[in-house]
Unconditional design. Structure first.
Length: 319
């Protein structure tokens, strides 16, 4: 049974995000999530510095025939935003939170897993330990493996991850959330109201803790927290070689670029692919007119067990 409640949002956001709010208790913390529609379940996981708002257009389409579940990670969106004394902002804890939510939902069938940015690492870590729960996979500008050897670590992330100046810019000036909203779309820059919607949950120093901690938790070396978990996940991705998979990718993402896409392709050569040469990190915004119908069709076919004769699209060459 769904226990919905009203969440007070500014009018401009309610128009874009017209969904009922739901809450899952994680010890003394509250995780916000959407639970829209009925039918075959679809779990959508956002990354940093976005929130469940990222999936609003996909939910609006899929909820007609599917149960769409979209959590906000702790510290993100409309979930609680505790300080470090009350929450351990690590990949391990993120996966535990997801396990708790999924268990509470008591889903009666495997679900389609849609992932973007950090949602890929969190979601695939869950998937490799619960493969029986997964029906299909949708991968959107994300990773589930260590930084590819060919990919330099972006200087902007290095600044945020490793310096006091970067931390000050993220928490004091909301530079990460504002910056991502500014550069995340490449075809057409987000209008101001849409950028404000993405940044809405991150309106104070305290409310920006997760946007910084996510960056600081990026595992790059063997002794980084989470590196072993990421490596083990990568080693077990082959479990899903026969699962239906769709890759949706914006090649103008300054982090999850051609290097990450090549790694997904190497591991899953039979995946359906929709690659956009002129789209950025927020590929569901940039390429929504074609990518959302493609995802919808893919999920319908996966429900029906039709995994062959799938056409893919690519705009431009990958070098």
């Amino acid at each position: 049974m769904k226990n919905s409640q009203t969440t007070t949002l500014p009018e401009y956001l309610r128009d874009e995000y017209p969904f009922a709010s739901h809450r899952h208790a994680l010890r003394d913390l509250s995780m916000h999530y959407l639970d829209e529609g009925t039918g075959s379940p679809v779990l959508m996981l956002h990354g940093n510095p976005s929130w469940s708002f990222y999936y609003r257009n996909l939910v609006s389409v899929l909820k007609e025939n599917h149960r769409c579940i979209v959590p906000d990670h702790i510290g993100c969106g409309l979930s609680d935003k505790p300080d470090d004394r009350h929450y351990n902002y690590t990949l391990t804890r993120r996966v535990q939170d997801l396990e708790s939510l999924i268990e509470s939902l008591a889903l009666d069938s495997p679900f389609h897993l849609v992932m973007h940015d950090w949602g890929g690492m969190i979601g695939m870590r869950y998937a490799v330990t619960h493969p029986e729960q997964i029906r299909s996979l949708v991968v959107l500008n994300t990773a589930a493996f260590p930084l590819p050897e060919s990919k330099p670590f972006p200087w902007a992330l290095w600044l945020c991850r490793n310096t006091r100046l970067g931390a000050l810019l993220v928490r004091g000036g909301n530079a990460f959330s504002r910056g991502a909203a500014w550069v995340g779309c490449k075809r057409t820059r987000m209008p101001r109201k849409l950028r404000d919607a993405y940044c809405y949950p991150y309106n104070t120093w305290g409310n920006r803790i997760a946007t910084l901690r996510f960056v600081q938790d990026i595992p790059l070396r063997l002794d980084d927290p989470g590196y072993e978990l990421v490596s083990d996940t990568a080693a077990n991705l082959s479990l899903f070689r026969q699962y239906p998979m769709l890759i949706g990718w914006g090649l103008k993402d300054f982090v999850f670029d051609k290097h990450f896409l090549k790694e997904w392709r190497r591991r899953f050569p039979d995946a359906e692919q929709h690659v956009y040469n002129d789209a950025g990190h927020y590929v569901l915004e940039d390429a929504r007119d074609t990518l959302i119908p493609a995802i919808t069709s893919f999920i319908h076919r996966a429900d029906a067990g039709a995994t062959s004769d799938i056409s893919s699209t690519q705009e431009g060459d990958i070098v």
